[in-house]
Design a protein around this ligand. Structure first.
Ligand code: GCW
Length: 696
């Protein structure tokens, strides 16, 4: 017997490491065996049997995930269909389950809603049982993943009392996937959907996509690009979308589609797409009925209208609200919603691009139907590595204003640069809009608590693709993870999220965790330093990757670097003060007043709001030029240090993924140096000053 146990332990310790191909496919659901034997034994005692009681489809997901996760983490399979005749049973269920119903938790669970859950101990038949309970199937699934995360991060569970509910109702991924399989701004392969194989074959990988998303509490996916091919609304594609919906449904994910506003004309045979035309209205109602027949829980439509060449209501002299309400009326009988993007920048509206969306949407506040949400990017320009928050947050008190973040690193080094985005998103959520006095943070606008919007939501432009590791760069998965966690709870810290992700993805060893966390947490500011110091922005060309301060796009001024940096012999930066474009006045006071004056503008946004002389004195006593040189230098040095710090982790993590990251960091260091050298050489023509910093 003793020999048997010994052999078991040895194989239990050796097999998982030897058998695991570390290619990143498992993401944060890697479930590496718990190394700490006493902790592992405590887990084994607490979870020695399983009872899962909820509706069949979700119960299967919960049971499978627990079987897989527990066996891997604890090193032993945990028997399911247990009965509570001893301590040490884990019960997962909804209030409809007989065993949960006896606990007297109904009111509490109802208050937490169908996506909320509790995890705590209960006495049942005189025995101590750990219970994950929810009012709904999704909540029980999220609770299951929450518990698995606690185990995976080696958290003691002997005294749990967890109560959770999501802060935003809609927690969506926006996939910019085209019907030909390509992904706009995607850097991790092709579209996961494999449209041409659908509906007869659904790639089994979609289940793992759904698992990973559900593990973060995400509850929907917009499947296609906002630059929308109208064919996605044809019967052929609705059947394909229905097959995806069937696969995602058990994981609590609804599907949504990006709709082309001109679809009645382009695929419907009508002469117009005018929202006030009765035939057009009938067409959308019929289309909605058709979709809901195939997909009864279809989420609704996302629309990019009158933006970057996409059709919209303005072609018919109708407003964005009239356009949105047309589609909203079509889906309303089915409980559907319309998400209408505020990413518009018609040059006729104002010479300063960042002012245009506010000017168009503020007058429409209160005129959208109840089932419309506006969706606004975090900043007023376009997903730059740093922007002030979009002035529409707080300025639409009568409209649900959904947050749009970009997970895919369009302007942050694609899948080559390691940039952990949570610090950037936290800066956004924590920003104070002051619209109702101090403490009116963007987070409170977004979760509806500040202005009382009934609907809330958050969307992230996905970075997933067919690459084996899903996101191209192994660290880009941290951004999918962080987005999901923040969409559930925007008050989590970037540090805590990084730690969780590292422990589940790379290693539980404190030294390794700390080193990787340090690398991640500094990466966004490093990227800002070498690409947009002091708020300088958009020094890029069409690929949005390489450095190009001289970029001069003949198609549109506001696609040119020159339009933004405005460098000349006098100075540099975009004057958005009251003497310039007056964009500052789209913000509430005191932000407007503070940002109107370079002395009271945070230095990180100085050149976003001001055009300043090269010898302008900063608080440090440095001139503007010296500060620019120093930031570029520091950024390049930070990138070089990231490469060195990662090299030092060799042996602390698996060799396969270590080598992949080492390769990308080499390129990142080269790119960062190129950004520094190119920008300084370019701007030196105007500043007529030397490029050497004290440090160089
Ligand atoms: O950032 C820009 C991108 C476009 C994108 C657009 C948008 C989908 O360069 O590729 O189009 O924003 O958000 O609509």
């Amino acid at each position: 017997m003793r020999r048997f146990v010994l052999i078991f332990l040895l194989t239990g310790m050796l097999v998982p490491t030897a058998a695991r191909a570390e290619d990143g496919y498992d993401l944060w659901l890697r479930y590496a065996p718990i190394e700490n034997i006493s902790l592992r034994d405590a887990y084994r005692q607490t979870i020695a049997g399983l009872i899962v009681q909820q509706s069949p489809a979700t119960a299967a997901m919960v049971s499978q995930e627990l079987a897989r996760g527990l066996a891997a983490l604890l090193g032993v399979p945990v028997p399911s269909r247990a009965t509570v005749d001893r301590d040490g049973v884990l019960i997962v269920g909804t209030i409809a389950a007989p065993v949960i119903a006896t606990l007297g938790w109904r009111d509490e669970l109802t208050r937490l809603g169908p996506e909320g859950f509790v995890i705590r101990y209960a006495r049942i038949n005189g025995h101590r049982a750990l219970v994950v309970a929810s009012a709904g199937d999704s909540g029980a699934l999220y609770g299951t993943f929450h518990l698995l995360r606690l185990l995976s991060t080696a958290t003691p569970i002997d005294r749990l009392d967890i109560r959770e509910r999501p802060r935003h109702q809609l927690r969506l991924l926006n996939h910019w996937d085209n019907l030909n399989g390509s992904i706009e701004r995607g850097y991790a392969g092709q579209s996961l959907w494999r449209w041409d194989e659908l509906p007869s074959r659904v790639d089994p990988r979609l289940r793992d996509y759904a698992r990973a998303s559900a593990s973060l509490g995400l509850n929907g996916a917009v499947l296609n690009n906002v630059n929308a091919d109208p064919r996605v609304l044809t019967a052929e594609y609705i059947a394909k979308v229905a097959a995806i919906a069937d696969t995602l449904r058990p994981y609590g994910l609804k599907v949504y589609l990006s709709a082309n506003f001109a679809a009645p004309r382009l695929i419907g045979g009508l002469a117009t797409a005018d929202p006030l035309d009765p035939d057009v209205q009938r067409w959308w109602k019929g289309k909605a009925d058709e979709i809901y027949t195939a997909i009864p829980d279809f989420g609704g439509f996302l629309v990019k209208a009158d933006s970057e060449g996409q059709p919209g209501p303005q072609a018919y002299q109708r407003t964005h609200a009239e356009g949105a309400n047309l589609l909203a009326d079509a889906v309303a009988p089915h409980g559907g919603i319309v998400i209408w993007r505020a990413f518009v920048y018609d040059a006729g509206v104002d010479p300063d691009r960042v002012k245009r969306a506010y000017l168009e949407f503020v007058p429409l506040d209160g005129t959208f139907r109840d089932n419309v949400l506006v969706q606004t990017k975090n900043g007023p320009l376009d997903f730059m590595p740093r922007e002030p928050y979009h002035p529409l947050f707080g300025a639409l008190p009568k409209t649900p204003n959904m947050v749009e973040l970009q997970i895919t690193q369009e302007y942050l080094g694609h899948s080559t640069h390691l940039v952990y985005l949570a610090p950037m998103w936290k800066e956004f959520f924590d920003a104070d809009t002051f619209v109702k006095g101090p403490g009116s943070t963007v987070a409170k606008v977004a979760d509806g608590s500040l202005q009382g919007q009934r609907r809330t939501g958050i969307a992230g432009v996905a970075n997933t693709g067919t690459d084996r590791n899903w996101t191209g760069h192994p660290f880009a998965a941290a951004n999918w993870y962080a987005y999901g966690r923040l969409s559930w709870n925007s008050s989590l810290t970037a540090e805590a999220i990084a730690d969780e992700w590292i422990v589940q993805t790379w290693s539980r060893r404190p030294g390794a965790v700390k080193a990787i966390a340090t690398l991640m947490l500094g990466s966004r500011e490093a990227y800002v330093n070498y690409t947009m110091p002091l708020g300088l922005h958009h020094l890029i060309g069409g690929d949005h990757y390489g450095v190009m301060p001289e970029a001069d796009d003949k198609r549109r001024a506001d696609w040119s670097a020159l339009y933004y940096h405005r460098a000349d012999d006098q100075g540099i930066g975009f004057d958005r003060t009251r003497r310039g474009s007056a964009a500052v006045d789209q913000y509430a006071k005191p932000n407007a007043d503070r940002w109107n004056d370079p002395e009271t503008t945070p230095e990180i946004l100085l050149l976003w709001f001001h055009h300043l002389p090269w010898n302008y004195r900063l608080k440090s006593g440095q001139t503007l030029w010296q500060a620019l040189v120093e930031h570029y230098d520091r950024g390049a040095e930070q990138a070089a240090r990231m490469e060195r710090d990662w090299a030092a982790l060799k042996g602390a993590v698996d060799d396969e993924r270590h080598a992949v990251v080492a390769g990308t960091l080499r390129q990142q260091a080269l790119d960062a140096a190129a950004w520094r050298d190119t920008c300084l050489a370019y701007f030196a023509q105007f500043s007529k000053q030397t490029m050497s910093a004290p440090a160089r």
